[in-house]
Write a protein that binds this ligand. Structure first.
Ligand code: ZN
Ligand code: ZN
Length: 200
């Protein structure tokens, strides 16, 4: 039988002003993945945080359920930016430019991916079970597992989380107000900084 872990995990920005927790994390309600897509990379590079966020050409993220997240301090420092018109909102702590997490532009479907680098005790998180967008990496640098069966499992787990959010739990989301509007406006991108971030 798989070890069933469950616990509350703490996260914070680099300077510590923004802090919060994810309650009752299990390998069922949260998926830890590695992503090598150019947008995740550019997000970290844009904020000058590529070194901290990236390990061996990928960023680790924990996808979890928004209602499990609560902020303990510094919520007023939260800002988001958007690298592409249809892409996710990428949230960061404006006190120290720490990339924090991604959400969709609306509360439904419920979705949040927190950068693993922000967790104090990364060993308490579930192990990596999926590596996305790693095709460009040499075979020996990819984090197992990748490929279609890991992807199928990942999609099923996402759908399971969507169902968990119905009919009303998805409304409980610290990044959106009670009307479902994002709590901060999207900060416009500096075009030069953006193109430099994609080349970094
Ligand atoms: Zn900070
Ligand atoms: Zn990515």
């Amino acid at each position: 039988m798989e070890a069933q872990m469950s616990g509350t995990v703490q996260f914070s920005c680099k300077c510590g002003k923004v802090s919060g927790r994810v309650a009752d994390v299990t390998a069922k309600n949260s998926v830890r993945l590695a992503c090598s897509c150019k947008h995740c990379r550019a997000f970290a590079a844009y904020l000058g945080d590529a070194e901290r966020s990236f390990q061996n050409d990928y960023v680790q993220l924990m996808q979890t359920q928004p209602w499990m997240i609560s902020f303990e301090s510094g919520k007023e420092y939260l800002r988001n930016l958007r690298l592409t018109a249809k892409g996710p909102l990428r949230w960061y702590a404006s006190c120290c430019d720490t990339p924090l997490c991604n959400t969709l532009p609306r509360r439904f479907p419920p979705f949040v991916s927190i950068l693993v680098a922000n967790f104090a005790r990364q060993d308490d998180l579930p192990p990596v079970t999926f590596h996305a967008f790693c095709d460009h990496l040499p075979e020996d640098q990819r984090v197992a597992p990748s490929g279609s069966s890991a992807f199928r499992k990942f999609v099923l787990q996402f759908l399971w989380r969507v169902v968990q959010g119905l009919p009303f739990r998805f409304r409980q989301n610290p990044f959106f107000d009670e009307k479902g509007v994002a709590i901060s406006d999207t900060v416009p991108l500096d075009p030069l900084r953006k193109s430099a971030a994609y080349q970094a």
